[in-house]
Design a protein around this ligand. Structure first.
Ligand code: ATP
Ligand code: MG
Length: 317
């Protein structure tokens, strides 16, 4: 942590959630929100809230949705000096409604919003030059502006002795264009820590089977792989062959969105604060589980005291 803050680059959004279960948005219906959101923003918010030094690179519009995000990130200790305010485009948004099956319908405005319209700036340069760690969300790579900032930031941060974590955040079925796929593979090969969930492990490795995927990724130079398994908990695999399993906390799931991002933000914050993998895994599992008990994608992000209280009060599977 002495090297400087953890930075995350990508989309900053508001999320507006349907309060009833059903199919999509073709009829008028009750909604609740706006909530601050965007996977990279949720990650960095949990990181900051837990006391890790944290900073965000991205953009919001010059509107209330943007102000809501800036206020929340600041309140949770995140440095927003490299978040641009776009005077022309509105803050990005996502409307989400859950179906009875648990599947989700979305209406997004990201590509044509401030969320994807930022680039390298003096503020970004100044932040990256003092950063010690960068976290990359796979989804951010599909925004060309973010992809370019990520490529340059990773190079600078790694060159000054910093570290890289990657949450693939890309379902296996999702086809990326060739350039994005190549950048993703390059980032995986440079990563110190990977945080895949489910079949993203195989996707990141490009091979079938958990054992083969782990072997391939460790051969590429990844030091630690933390596999997220939703309500089944998580496992940390280390290059030295050790394995740590974290049982999930028993909670009532109200809103699953953001669990993986809070998990990652907590894990990276704890490791960079000097904790061992086992303790970091406990905080991460607690952060993910606590977040699903609250409606809104980052509303359940916890402080260290809140997570300690949650850990003490919540049984594990
Ligand atoms: P996201 O849907 O945000 O992309 P993800 O797929 O990246 O999430 P998950 O595995 O869903 O990640 O959640 C991350 C971690 O949070 C899990 O490994 C687990 O520790 C915790 N978690 C998530 N959902 C639950 C749950 N229903 N009960 C208990 N713990 C949970
Ligand atoms: Mg995920």
């Amino acid at each position: 942590d002495a090297l400087g803050p953890t930075v995350c680059v990508g989309e900053i959004l508001v999320e507006i959630v349907a309060t009833t279960i059903g199919d999509g948005f073709r009829t008028a219906q009750p909604l609740v929100g706006p909530y601050p959101s965007g996977a990279p923003a949720i990650f960095i918010d949990q990181c900051g809230r837990l006391g890790g030094r944290a900073a965000m690179i991205g953009a919001v519009g010059d509107d209330d949705f943007g102000q809501l995000n800036l206020d929340r990130l600041r309140a949770d200790g995140v440095d927003v000096s490299a978040v641009a305010v776009d005077r022309q485009f509105p803050t990005g948004s996502a409307f989400v409604r859950y179906r009875a099956s648990g599947a989700r319908d979305f209406v997004y405005n990201i590509a044509t919003s401030a969320a994807s319209r930022f680039g390298w700036s003096d503020a970004v340069e100044a932040l990256v030059r003092r950063a010690g760690h960068i976290h990359v969300m796979g989804t951010a790579l599909s925004m060309p502006s973010a992809a370019a900032v990520i490529a340059r930031a990773v190079e600078i941060i790694k060159a000054r002795g910093g570290t890289l974590s990657v949450d693939p955040n890309l379902r296996k079925e999702l086809q990326l264009d060739v350039g994005v796929e190549r950048q993703f593979a390059e980032l995986v090969a440079k990563a110190d820590l990977l945080l895949p969930s489910g079949d993203e492990l195989e996707r990141a490795a490009g091979v079938e089977g958990e054992a083969a995927a782990l072997e391939k990724l460790f051969a590429l130079g990844v030091a630690e792989i933390v596999l997220k398994r939703g309500a089944n908990g998580a496992t940390c695999f280390s290059r030295d062959g050790s394995r740590l399993d974290a049982a999930a906390f028993v909670v009532t799931e109200v809103d699953p969105t953001g669990a993986g991002d809070c998990f990652g933000g907590a894990y990276v914050a704890c490791r960079r604060l000097g904790m061992g993998a086992e303790q970091a895994l406990t905080y991460a599992a607690a952060a993910g589980a606590r977040n699903v008990t609250v409606r809104g994608p980052m509303e359940g992000a916890g402080t260290r005291a809140e997570l300690d209280a949650f850990i003490a009060a919540t049984p594990r599977r």
